[in-house]
Write a protein of this length. Structure first.
Length: 314
């Protein structure tokens, strides 16, 4: 009795199965897989986009940073002595080439104001420091460490915010801020440019909105406290001031992280544009035919009008 494997029969079965498989593949409509292929392609692009590297650069020690830190330290000392309330953030408008020696004149004679902002409004202030920076000057925020991504949409660039001690800023907590009169114009500018998304309202220590900014002017022996008078306070600064970390790159996760209404609207418009293109492209040939028919009919109408005019004239 032969119990061995019949290789010829096994070979015929394999050939038969292979033949049926090839016939099935030949009859299959691969057009059905097109949507799945598109989805896989988009998923692959998004995955590769999310893996792009992100670079970070922290501001280096410079004359402007040191001048801002020294001036802010004097302001903190003077305000604490006058009000008894510690200052969380000092906002100063400094020129790019400012230093402790050159920071003088009319800029240091500006009056100082004391008010309170919520942590959420502090993030708006940091956003304003990034968005409104010019070639001549910039907003220095002593007491705030923040990270921003320069390739994100405007008014959504700040990704992290903390105090000088490293504590994360709480959105609903009030923080004591001291600055000059120019800061109020910046608040209006931020609100206008962000279409009302970033509204900043100065408050008093109890959280009530301020209606008269003259009431929050800081004074010293009856006279307004200025930057120049605060610079005369004896202070020692060991720190280099506010730490600002700049991120760059096109990492998808970092670009859309914690979106606000502006980002959501832009993304929605971009998706709508892609959908419109997806709908129009297959119908472009039909649209071209419509335009050709319209031009032919326009020519016929013009020729008929011209012929009718000639007949009527002669």
């Amino acid at each position: 009795m032969n119990t061995g494997i019949n290789f010829k029969r096994l070979k015929r079965k394999l050939k038969k199965k292979l033949y049926h498989f090839l016939v099935a593949v030949n009859d299959f409509d691969f057009g059905r897989l097109r949507p799945a292929c598109y989805l896989l392609l988009i998923a692959g692009i998004l995955l590769a986009w999310a893996k792009l590297p992100t670079k970070e650069v922290t501001n280096a020690t410079g004359a402007q940073i040191l001048a801002g830190a020294q001036t802010s330290a004097g302001i903190r000392t003077a305000v604490t002595e006058q009000t008894g309330s510690p200052v969380d953030v000092v906002a100063l408008f400094l020129t790019k080439d400012a230093s402790w020696q050159t920071l003088s004149g009319t800029q240091t004679e500006e009056t100082l104001y004391s008010f309170y902002l919520t942590g959420k409004e502090l993030s708006y202030l940091a956003e304003g420091a990034v968005t409104t920076v010019t070639k001549e000057n910039s907003l220095y925020l002593d007491g705030l460490n923040f990270t921003y991504h320069k390739n994100r949409l405007p008014f959504n660039r700040v990704t992290a915010l903390s105090t000088a001690s490293g504590t994360e800023v709480s959105a609903n907590t009030l923080y004591h801020v001291v600055s000059t009169e120019d800061i109020f114009a910046l608040f209006h500018y931020i609100s206008y440019r962000s279409i009302g998304i970033m509204d900043v309202y100065p408050k008093d220590a109890s959280g009530a909105l301020l209606s008269d900014y003259q009431k929050i002017i800081l004074t010293e022996t009856g006279a307004p406290l200025t930057i120049q008078s605060a610079r005369t306070m004896p202070v020692s600064v060991s720190a280099n001031g506010s730490v600002v970390t700049t991120q760059s790159g096109f990492n998808l996760i970092q670009l859309i992280k914690e979106p606000n209404r502006i980002t959501i609207c832009v993304v929605a418009l971009f998706i709508a544009l892609l959908a419109l293109i997806w709908y129009i492209v297959p119908r472009m040939n039909r649209i071209r035919v419509w335009f050709r028919i319209y031009r032919i009919r326009s020519r016929k109408r013009s020729s008929r009008t011209l012929l009718y005019g000639l007949r009527k004239r002669f």
